[in-house]
Design a protein around this ligand. Sequence first.
Ligand SMILES: Cc1cc2nc3c(=O)[nH]c(=O)nc-3n(C[C@H](O)[C@H](O)[C@H](O)COP(=O)(O)OP(=O)(O)OC[C@H]3O[C@@H](n4cnc5c(N)ncnc54)[C@H](O)[C@@H]3O)c2cc1C
Length: 371
Amino acid sequence: MKQLLLAGGGHAHVHVLRALAAQPLPGVRVTLVTPYARQMYSGMVPGLVAGHYTVGQCVIPLAPLARAAGVDFVEDALVGLGADRGEARLAGGTARHWDAISLDTGPVMDRDALPGAREHGLFVRPIETFVERFEAWRARAAARPLATVVVGGGAAGVELALAMAYRQRSAGAPGGRVALVAGGSVLAGFAAGVRRRAVRALRDRGIAVHEPAASAIGADRIVLADGATLPCDAAVIATGASAPAWLAGSGLALDARGFVMTAATLQSVSYPAVFAAGDVATRTDRPHPKSGVYAVRAGPPLAASLRAWAEGRDPAPYTPQRRTLYLLSLGERRAIASWGPLAAEGDWVWRWKDRIDRGFIARYGGGSPPR
Ligand SMILES: Cc1cc2nc3c(=O)[nH]c(=O)nc-3n(C[C@H](O)[C@H](O)[C@H](O)COP(=O)(O)OP(=O)(O)OC[C@H]3O[C@@H](n4cnc5c(N)ncnc54)[C@H](O)[C@@H]3O)c2cc1C
């Protein structure tokens, strides 16, 4: 039997597992290694923070998916990879041999980029840890007025700032404040209409936006690059994604930021027995933003490429879409839609997002009935 190792229970791999349940790979033993028994769906995390969802509604249980696919499930994490030796080292101390490996482990956050963040910051990744620690924030916010500062002006930072402000308002916690330290303009890279709507939503909900980047975090304050100081009881770190450190020693060709360089077949450009999809990968031929939408779309072509490998065929190339739909929630059940240069906003956008998100996790056996 050939050994295929699936590393990470991310957006593309949940589809691979479902495809394997429908049609197993001939002569291949498949193992999934991932650190949590469930996959928390990031797109629903702002809704969880706002109080619209329970945790159970936002997760895909991975062990049943693996079982249905005849895949061995190992709750552990990759900490080392030897592409030339076909070896993966796990945090639990064991090593696994593979004939092919597929990486969908997502990004990590650099915990040392911002002084003080390791000690005082509430990092949004790993999302499992964030959700756990968010409960502590909720208890503190209910007990006394908190100054919360979200660091990061991208989609995740904006959605979380709005969700936390909404949660404070709806919990009747008077005096609590949320600020956003954007490190540049809010939602840079999005169309002007989307940015305008987001800035207005933040202003209307009393969220102060600071454009200078954060330069240090202390126990009760945050210092900005222009020298200003903001009171801060809780600092949520939603700055960009970084590549996992273990890729550096893997022997794989990596891009300038340390992510796996992949070709149109989702194979590493240097080791064709290494496949990668989602945020951990960078397409050399068609670079695109790292986002859940692209990770989801990579699922079916990744499953097809792994099948081609198992059957000794050449995998077919895959062309990712040029534009994606982003739906940004605004705290309450209202959202902004972004499609290329177009923007729209309304309660109906939130209902649309809610249907898409709950539909996604239900497809993989996740979620539970709405509240
Ligand atoms: C709050 C928030 C909201 C977001 N909202 C959206 C949105 O609405 N739309 C959108 O397009 N994008 C959104 N994103 C971005 C989105 O989360 C990522 O682009 C997406 O998760 C990438 O998918 P992935 O499959 O590559 O990785 P992930 O979803 O991160 O999955 C990685 C998997 O690998 C596992 N893993 C991690 N490390 C290891 C390891 N060392 N070994 C083995 N397994 C490992 C993880 O536990 C997880 O199961 C949001 C991000 C955040 C933080």
